[in-house]
Ligand binder design. Structure first.
Ligand SMILES: NC(=O)c1ccc[n+]([C@@H]2O[C@H](COP(=O)([O-])OP(=O)(O)OC[C@H]3O[C@@H](n4cnc5c(N)ncnc54)[C@H](O)[C@@H]3O)[C@@H](O)[C@H]2O)c1
Length: 318
């Protein structure tokens, strides 16, 4: 099986789980420093994982990589919303053009492959109602959201028109070992973890906004279920967690679990406020009903494990 973006946060956790189950795993990752790829993420795999350092924007290497695979977990992406606003063309190339090349490679050289695409709750934009289900209108508030929406739409189109066995998971904020904590490019929680471990106050912008957070192990479960279930083909499913939590309460929980630390409430910086979505809470009723997925880990347990991981491995992530 092939995992694009497999040296990143979710991809490496998926790769490690598949390897532990005895799968033959190839990871393709460009390891561009600004993104979430980190070779240390795959260190526990040793030589069991095949790592191909290449860029999904290169259609020729992709065609070779896709050939002969049973499963393609398509997770490579540019995830920073602010970077996408500053440099929309790069975001377009990675999150749209490259996605089309990947699908074309599947159609040409491996039409039987099962594909699971990593989409995002960001494609809904500012929620009109909560919890947000899959019937909610799609109105992304930033360039990255528009491109991820197109990336997902290509996958579903190829399923409909060419019979490609593809589906999409709309991830919400995901946390766990191997996430990017260097900065807030992946999620604000990463920069909060770093601040706590380095003894700096957590900066909370606003504070009352609601979010739901998934443990990366639960997200890996969803990828595995989606890849194996015939019912998932052609579908897009929300992931999510109950209950949602305010950012302020999340900061307080993290400080309590860490045993020390403080947070400061700040006004939203202007460039963030313009693309913020307000409250978000996703409904995962569809994937629960159709694939039997439900999150298994509590937020407290996930935060505890994540803080422990980064306390032990901080030097590899900052
Ligand atoms: N982590 C979350 O909270 C979250 C939420 C919603 C959606 N997602 C989606 O899940 C996927 C994985 O996210 P993640 O959190 O693991 O991010 P990540 O940044 O840790 O992983 C993405 C990986 O893709 C690689 N990559 C980027 N551009 C590439 C290119 N051109 N060619 C090859 N590799 C490239 C990066 O090096 C990185 O290792 C992304 O597509 C993202 O949009 C994640």
């Amino acid at each position: 099986m092939l995992i694009t973006g497999g040296a990143g946060f979710v991809g490496s956790n998926l790769a490690l789980r598949l390897l532990a189950a005895g799968a033959d795993v190839t990871v393709v990752d460009s390891l561009i420093p600004e993104y979430g790829g980190n070779l240390f993420n795959l260190a526990p795999a040793g030589s069991a994982v095949r790592l191909n350092v290449s860029d999904v924007r290169d259609p020729f290497s992709l065609q070779q990589l896709v050939a002969g695979q049973d499963f393609l977990f398509n997770l490579a992406g540019q995830n920073s919303h602010l970077d996408a606003m500053e440099d929309p063309a790069t975001d377009l190339d990675i999150n749209c053009r490259a996605q089309l090349s990947i699908l074309e490679a599947c159609r040409r050289v491996n039409p039987e492959v099962r594909v699971v695409f990593a989409s995002t709750r960001q494609i809904y934009g500012r929620p009109r109602y909560l919890p947000v289900d899959e019937a909610h209108p799609l109105h992304p508030v930033d360039v990255n959201g528009i491109h991820k929406l197109a990336g997902e739409a290509y996958h579903l189109l190829y399923a409909r028109v060419y019979g490609l066995r593809a589906c999409s998971l709309r991830l919400t904020n995901t946390i766990g070992p191997r996430m990017r904590i260097k900065d807030a490019r992946q999620t604000f929680v990463g920069s909060w973890i770093r601040a706590l471990l380095e003894g700096r106050p957590i900066e909370v912008w606003g504070g009352r906004q609601l979010r739901d957070l998934n443990d990366v192990e639960d997200v890996v479960d969803a990828f595995l279920l989606a890849a194996q279930s015939p019912a998932a083909i052609g579908q897009a499913y929300n992931l999510g967690a109950d209950p949602p939590i305010s950012l302020q309460a999340l900061a307080e929980m993290m400080i309590e679990l860490h045993g020390r630390g403080e947070y400061r409430i700040r006004e939203f910086p202007e460039n963030r406020a313009r693309i913020d979505i307000g409250d978000y809470h996703g409904s995962f009723a569809a994937i629960r009903a159709e694939l039997g997925w439900t999150p298994r880990h509590s937020l407290r347990e996930t935060l505890q494990r994540t803080l422990g991981y980064f306390a032990a491995n901080l030097a590899h992530y900052v």
